[in-house]
Design a protein around this ligand. Structure first.
Ligand SMILES: Nc1ncnc2c1ncn2[C@@H]1O[C@H](COP(=O)(O)OP(=O)(O)OP(=O)(O)O)[C@@H](O)[C@H]1O
Ligand SMILES: [Mg+2]
Length: 140
């Protein structure tokens, strides 16, 4: 497994807020099937690192390679379209929309990528997380 090509390779990543550098020279390799956890005290830079990988924050230095493709200045929308997702630590879902509508947003993206229509994706989600189906009316 350690010989396989990384799914995600981050090299020498630095991020600054204004003139203050908050993330210093971070490198990380994630190979197929691996679950990697980054731990550190408050303010260590975990959220900053994830934000910069996703394209939510600009990098001042460093390289992000996803599935062998360099992402020199990827926007968050492009990263999501490529299959990189960030689950926000705060309540950053669309709170004024229903759970179903939040899920449908993801389903539309999958349809665009050719992974089946909304109905198929929603069926898969509800099979994996049956609790979400409570109160679900889509397609009835
Ligand atoms: N928007 C911002 N503007 C300026 N400095 C910021 C901003 N966001 C974070 N920082 C600073 O960057 C550093 C890294 O913060 P970050 O939020 O990435 O840490 P974290 O490891 O996610 O912390 P926590 O465990 O509290 O979530 C901290 O010194 C923080 O004060
Ligand atoms: Mg954080």
């Amino acid at each position: 497994m350690s010989e396989s090509r990384p799914v995600l390779a981050v090299s020498d990543l630095c991020v600054s807020y204004g003139k203050v550098e908050a993330l210093h020279h971070v490198s990380i390799r994630i190979r197929p099937g691996e679950i990697v956890t980054v731990i550190g005290p408050n303010g260590a830079g975990k959220t900053t690192m994830l934000g910069a990988i996703m394209g939510l924050l600009p990098r001042s230095r460093g390289e992000v390679v996803f599935m062998g493709e360099d992402q020199p200045a990827a926007e968050v929308e492009e990263m999501v379209a490529r299959g990189v997702n960030l689950v926000p630590e705060k309540r950053e879902l669309f709170g004024e929309m229903s759970v179903e509508d939040n899920l449908l947003l993801g389903a539309f993206m999958r349809r665009r990528q050719g992974f089946g229509d909304e109905r198929e994706t929603m069926a898969m989600v509800y099979e994996t997380f049956p609790r979400l189906k409570e109160g679900y009316a889509f397609g009835r």
